[in-house]
Write a protein that binds this ligand. Structure first.
Ligand code: AKG
Ligand code: FE2
Length: 390
């Protein structure tokens, strides 16, 4: 029987396609099979090459409306290619519940060519949720429904930490105004960012590409806004897409709420994205999140966790859960329930902080260019914290 057909028919059989397949590669293939979904029935092909002390292992991946097909032999042409050391594939498999494809230790060892949308589509499957994250989302989706009935976003003026925690416990998103900060947001500009942090390494984009703050700012300054058609999430956006906020910058961009021990490593969202393209596409995070707006305005559309069934969340996810439906161009043929989804909207102005309790879905659009925000998540469950404090 044709090897491709076998791969499609039974999971056990694909990993036995070739008994000499490197064991870690088998796990990689199995992770892909477990997580792969293709609701819009896209087609594509990609050759993966894994270097292992002079040997090269190949995994050829094809998908179309009839399924996902894996083989160790390239059969026909392919539209994209990804090369990485086998040790990186091993890391992905071992750390599948937490791996972050923005991590320099991962992306910095990958070389990608060809149609990167195909690479993205495959990479979406190469993650798995931890039991804890699944539990958080299930709890958020099934409980607190009364709280989700609210039809507006609350504003809090210079709240105390305790008031913030109490507001999070109500499970509704809210916006903080006039938060105490060391450096007022109005003092920041692209020029000042470049002057103060120009030499700082901002992000790693692939095995061959990385950029400093100065290089990124120069690109922003010289760039007229990109054409929407040339934007590929994770690859070509002039947007930092939530890579880690470089440690050198941490002190200047965090409101004086909580301490660095109380939150996850901050992320940076700097760049310029046309308003009709999501800066960040629809997803939800498993921790209570703070998004501090520093330059430009953003539009955030929000859906309460009980709307999950209308938003088509992906089966495979780890640190955050993306959705298949695109609110800005919904495909009702494939995602009919999205018609019923009830949304809230917030326009976030410089100086404001949006706080979202865990499990709220959100998509973010830039209303101005450039925009600059910093985000972080509380690393303790808020209800428990309050009980302890009472
Ligand atoms: O600002 C963005 O583009 C995304 C921010 C986000 O998703 C978050 O803070 O959770
Ligand atoms: Fe988020």
């Amino acid at each position: 029987m044709n090897m491709h057909k076998e791969a499609c028919l039974a999971e056990e059989r694909v990993v036995n396609v070739n008994p000499v397949m490197q064991p870690k590669l088998r796990e990689f293939a199995q992770t892909l099979i477990d997580g792969f979904e293709n609701p819009e029935q896209l087609s594509g092909s990609c050759k993966f090459e894994f270097e292992d002390e002079g040997n090269t292992h190949t995994l050829f991946v094809q998908f179309n409306s009839s399924g996902l097909f894996l083989s160790e032999e390239v059969e026909g042409g392919y539209e994209a290619q990804v090369n990485m050391p086998l040790s990186v594939a091993e890391r992905i498999v071992e750390d599948v519940e937490a791996v972050d494809y923005r991590d320099p230790d991962i992306i910095g060892h990958m070389d990608m060519t060809g149609n990167l949308n195909i690479v993205n589509h495959i990479a979406k499957a190469l993650v798995k949720p931890s039991a804890m994250t699944q539990h958080t989302f299930q709890d958020a989706t099934e409980n607190y429904r009364e709280a989700y009935a609210a039809d507006g976003i609350l504003y809090l003026d210079r709240p105390s930490e305790m008031e913030i925690l109490e507001a999070i416990e109500k499970k509704q998103p809210f916006v903080i105004r006039n938060a105490p900060v060391d450096v007022p947001h109005s003092e920041w500009s692209l020029t000042k960012l470049k002057e103060k942090y120009g030499d700082v390494l901002l992000r790693v984009k692939s095995a061959t590409q990385q950029e400093t703050v100065a290089e990124f700012v120069d690109q922003l300054l010289s760039n007229d806004q990109q054409d929407a058609a040339e934007i590929i999430e994770g690859h070509t956006k002039v947007y930092t897409e939530g890579c880690s906020l470089p440690w050198q910058m941490i002190e200047d961009f965090l409101p004086q709420y909580f301490t660095t021990h109380d939150y996850t490593p901050p992320q940076i969202w700097l760049g310029s994205v046309p308003v009709n393209v999501p800066a960040s596409s629809l997803h939800r995070d498993p921790l209570d999140g703070f998004l501090y707006q520093i330059m430009g305005r953003k539009k955030v559309i929000l859906y309460s966790p009980d709307q999950a069934a209308s938003l088509y969340p992906m089966k495979a996810y780890n640190n955050y859960q993306p959705c298949w439906v695109k609110p800005e161009v919904p495909n009702y043929e494939h995602f009919p329930m999205f018609k019923q989804a009830k949304r809230l909207e917030a326009i976030l102005h410089p100086g404001e902080i949006l706080v979202q309790p865990a499990g709220w879905f959100h998509a973010v659009y830039c209303l101005d260019s450039p925009t600059f925000s910093v985000s972080y998540f509380l690393n303790f469950p808020v209800g428990v914290h309050n009980q302890a404090a009472n």
